[in-house]
Each structure stands twice: as C-alpha cells, then as structure tokens.
Design a protein around this ligand. Structure first.
Ligand code: MG
Length: 339
C-alpha cells in the first residue's frame, strides 16, 4: 500500500476568533493511500495552537511505512504501530487512520456507518459556530446561520464581552445556543455566575469553561452549575476519558485530537459506560475529515461538524448538512468524492 501526502492551507470564510486568538487560515495535510486501484483519502487539520504544523506532519508521515503491512484490513496491527512511531502528532496520525478507513470501506463497497451497524436516520443535529467578532459581524453571521437549529458561540473573554456577544445573537434569533469558553474562565465563582446567567438565555451546555489545569475548580462548578459542562481541551484521547468522571457531564471527541476513527469509536464506548454525554466536534477541516467524523455521528448526542462550511477551498464533497442535521450518504468508505 502506497502513502502520499501534500499540504493544503484552508482559507476561512470569516476570520475566526476564539478566546486565545484570531486567524484567517488553517494549515492542513492531505493524505492518500492507494492499493488495488483504490484510493483512500485522509486529512490532518492543524490549528497552530495545538502544536502541529505542515512541517511536523510531513516529518511524521515520512516515517510511516505502510508497505511493511501485508493486509491493509488489519487496523489493529497498523494503527498502534503508527501511534508508537512518536508521541503527539495526533492530527497526522488521524490522517492515516481516516485514509485507511476510507480505503477499507471502498474495498468493501460500504460506508463506515453501515460497517459499524449504525442507523443514518439517527445522525444528530449539528451546531454552527459563531466566532468572536464585532457586533455587526456577529449579527451578520447569525443571520447567515438561519438554517441551523443550534448555534455554537465562542466565549471566554471577560464577562461583559461574553454577555454582549450572547445579547447580540439574541437580538437576531432565539435559536438554542451552546457556548464554548475554550478554558477562558479562570475564576470559579465568576464561571458559576456566568453559567447561571447563560441558563436564562436559552443555552444548552458549556464547553470547557475553565483551564484544563483546574479540574478541581471545574468539578466544583459542575456541582453547582445549572448547565451541563462538556470537556474539550481536558480530554484528548481514550486514556483521558475516565478523567472526565465527576468533573464534566460529557466529552467532545475530535478526530484530530484522538488520532482518528478507531480511537474515537472506543472513546464513545467508554464515555457511555461512564454515563457521559458525547459530542462530536471538529477543527476547520475539508469535507474529508468532516465526512469521516460524520460516519460516527449516529452514536452521539450532539454534533459540531460545521468545519467544512467555514472554509472557502474544500477539496471534497461528503456528508452534508440538511435542515441543520448531519446527512450521511451511501458512498462507501468515509463517504467522500474528490473534486
Ligand atoms: Mg471546544
């Protein structure tokens, strides 16, 4: 099996503001595996704050030798070996995982949601993200998102700015909101006051309210918060899921954090065993990685799979969003067609 890769810089439709920074593009690395005339597609999306880059991904992928595995169906042999090549590099590892899953599904002629035994009609509603911006731009973005049934709002600056952002959106729409503080609230008393205020604003839950270094404060907040707390930055991989118990009410799983579909599927299983809610998230990504994640979506409570809608230069057609809901097709593998 041959492995190829090439860089692709994702151009964002709007400058994207979160608590830590604002950016206008996201570096990505596209991966292809080929054998028997079938090409499997994969992708690594690497927002700079996560520590990977096109350079680190290329360096890692140059070390991946798929020719030493005789049977590309043996993911249980191949993916642990790739994971063991180096620590970190989660997005680069995910790109290979996604491409192998795509190849296997195409070889079998079935999409992964079918191979996992899932009902595509149970694919969830997906949220559409509104970044931090000026009131005028936020109103414009909110109007553009009229077809979505949940809006995700990036908070985590100061309380006044956060409240103004919610009020700006509420001046345009009553659509349910989920908020993502991206670790921005350092003080637990202020975080509790914000949760109590947000509960009166039609907010469904709070993602990563406090820094990942403050699990005790987060657990304190969870005991008192009227809104559920969902872990994102605190929970990266399978071994982290158990740490959410007693601290969060649920976890946000992203392929780029957890090395891909194989581990994401297991994280969902463990989270359910621990009584946790599950959300499926993304970075800004092409329809390649989004469609891969969408294959798992019938298993989760909430999806946040708007990443491909936020970019101008998608390379694929894949899982779509219809009337705010993730829509899976019968295309085999991860369900994408390259343009
Ligand atoms: Mg998040």
């Amino acid at each position: 099996m041959q492995l190829r890769f090439y860089p692709h810089t994702l151009e964002l439709r709007h400058a994207f503001g979160i608590a830590a920074n604002t950016r206008t593009s996201t570096p990505a690395m596209m991966v292809e595996v080929e054998r028997d005339g079938i090409i499997g597609y994969g992708e690594a999306s690497m927002p700079p704050y996560l520590g990977e880059s096109q350079e680190t991904a290329a360096a890692f992928l140059r070390r991946v030798d798929l020719t030493r595995f005789a049977d590309p169906f043996q993911l249980e042999e191949i993916l642990p070996a790739i994971d063991a090549l180096a620590p970190g590099n989660a997005a680069a590892k995910a790109a290979v995982d996604i491409a192998l899953h795509d190849w296997i599904g195409k070889k079998l002629g079935a999409p992964w949601h079918r191979l996992w035994g899932l009902d595509p009609a149970k694919a969830p509603i997906t949220s559409f993200t509104i970044g931090i911006d000026t009131p005028e731009v936020v109103r414009q973005k909110t109007r553009e998102a009229a077809g979505y049934r949940i809006l995700k709002v990036k908070l985590g600056r100061d309380a006044t700015t956060d409240r103004e952002l919610i009020e700006t959106i509420r001046s345009v729409t009553g659509t349910p909101i989920t908020v993502d503080a991206n670790q921005g609230w350092k003080n637990r008393d202020e975080a509790l006051r914000m949760s109590e205020w947000l509960a009166g604003q039609g907010v469904l839950f709070i993602e990563q309210p406090m820094p990942k270094e403050q699990p005790d404060d987060t657990a304190w907040l969870r005991e008192r918060s009227p809104l559920p707390l969902i872990a994102d930055e605190s929970i990266q991989r399978l071994a982290d899921v158990v740490k959410a118990r007693g601290v969060f009410d649920g976890i946000n799983i992203k392929l780029m954090k957890c090395t891909g579909l194989r581990e994401a599927h297991r994280m969902i299983t463990v989270a359910r065993a621990l009584g946790l809610k599950v959300m499926l998230g993304c970075m800004t990504e092409t329809s390649c990685a989004i469609s891969a994640a969408a294959q798992l979506s019938p298993l989760v409570d909430w999806a946040d799979l708007d990443g491909a809608l936020l970019i101008k230069n998608d390379l694929f057609t894949g899982a779509t969003i219809t009337d705010g809901r993730v829509t899976l097709s019968d295309h085999p593998g991860i369900g994408v067609v390259k343009h």
